[in-house]
Unconditional design. Structure first.
Length: 221
């Protein structure tokens, strides 16, 4: 028999935050990706599935996140690791519900391109220096190639990285800053093709039975 989570039971889950609070705060994180209370409730249903897929503790661990993204908990991927690290705002090795909702907004199909570009910049900025170095770009290229199972020679990879970095580093100072990145990605939108999860657009349709029984109506917010 399935579990029914009452408001009191939800409050006992680590990191749980009220949907009304998250719905009001999410626009501050991603202004173009405002979510409703019903959408937050639906995301909670998704969160429950992910956070109990391997370890039943109500928190999303790295292996569970990896499993959700790539259907494989053992195949480590730098791309997945970087997204996990950015979702894990508290840096405690797990993703809590509030972090999940606030961070996931940028992957909404309706999220502004500018938000997606900014998030992608943070993904590539592996050392969190505020700019992207050539080695960081190479590491991400290798990770994406590995995930696609595309095998290229070392020389070909170096050529791709060199050309990409040269095209992006318009100031020719050895780094890619946020303005350069924005200009480069605007010309090459395929770089952020992984920044959209289509099902988020129809979250209510994805979990109709749950949304119908949402505990708080949007009109109350």
């Amino acid at each position: 028999m399935g579990c029914f989570y009452s408001t009191s039971n939800k409050a006992e889950i680590p990191g749980y935050e009220e949907p009304t609070v998250l719905a009001s705060e999410t626009p501050c994180e991603y202004p173009s990706s405002s979510v409703s209370v019903s959408e937050v409730e639906a995301l909670y249903e998704l969160y429950k599935k992910l956070s109990n897929s391997i370890i039943e503790d109500g928190l999303i661990h790295r292996e569970e996140f990896q499993l959700a993204l790539f259907r494989n908990k053992n195949k480590r991927n730098l791309f997945a690791d970087r997204i996990f690290d950015l979702f894990d705002v508290k840096r405690n090795g797990v993703i809590e519900f509030g972090e999940f909702v606030r961070s996931l907004g940028v992957f909404h199909p309706n999220a502004a391109l500018e938000d997606k570009i900014a998030f992608a910049f943070r993904l590539y900025d592996l050392r969190q220096t505020g700019y992207i170095e050539r080695e960081e770009l190479k590491e991400m290229v290798l990770a994406l190639l590995h995930e696609s199972d595309l095998v290229l020679s070392d020389d070909m990879i170096e050529t791709i990285v060199d050309k990409t970095f040269k095209d992006a580093d318009t100031k020719d100072d050895g780094i890619i800053d946020q303005d350069e990145w924005k200009t480069f990605v605007s010309k090459h939108p395929s770089l952020i093709k992984n920044m959209t999860l289509p099902y988020l657009k129809d979250i209510s349709l994805a979990f109709p039975s749950f949304v119908v029984s949402t505990e708080v109506e949007d009109s109350e917010v």
